[in-house]
Design a protein around this ligand. Structure first.
Ligand code: NI
Length: 167
């Protein structure tokens, strides 16, 4: 397993749409393993393949405190959504920025697991929000794009400053 570099907003590669995975093979299993390791090391609760510059529909999530709930979703699709909730979100591609976003409170998702088998999952609360956030990445969307243009330009300026300091 290996730690993968995470793209930083506003890197234009974050705005690419990911392609469906055609076969869940060892390459995909290795990618998911590396993504999980990268997410835990960051540390974060979710990571989309887009963020490590692999433009395939794979996300990893673990919203537990003890890293006991790793969830890998390949080719995820939201079947239904219900309710609304608002809460602060952050993103490993937008370090240090936390802003409020409105999401569906509950989602039902269908995806493939690492054996290539389809499964369905009912998620609510943090897990539901995380799934929506990571699935946005696969569409080339970063959560700050839900914010006002003014906020987006302030965030870009702040990240550019951080990048100069750490370079
Ligand atoms: Ni993110």
């Amino acid at each position: 397993m290996a730690l993968l570099p995470i793209l930083r907003y506003p890197d234009e590669r974050l705005f690419r749409q990911a392609a469906p995975v055609e076969a869940v093979d060892d390459t995909i299993r290795r990618l998911a393993g590396d993504m999980a390791e990268t997410m835990y090391a960051a540390p974060g609760i979710g990571l989309a393949a887009t963020q490590v510059d692999v433009h395939l529909r794979v996300i990893v999530i673990d919203v537990t405190e003890d890293k006991s709930g790793l969830l890998v979703l390949v080719n995820p699709v939201i079947l239904s959504r219900d309710g609304e909730c608002e809460g602060d979100e952050g993103c490993l591609s937008v370090p240090g920025i936390y802003e409020s976003v409105t999401r569906s409170e509950r989602v039902r998702v269908r995806a493939l697991n690492l054996e290539g088998q389809p499964f369905e999952l009912d998620a609510e609360g943090l897990l539901a929000v995380c799934i929506q956030h990571e699935m946005d990445h696969l569409e080339g969307k970063v959560f700050v794009q839900y914010l006002s243009r003014l906020k987006q330009s302030r965030i870009r300026a702040k990240l550019a400053k951080q990048a100069r300091i750490t370079a």
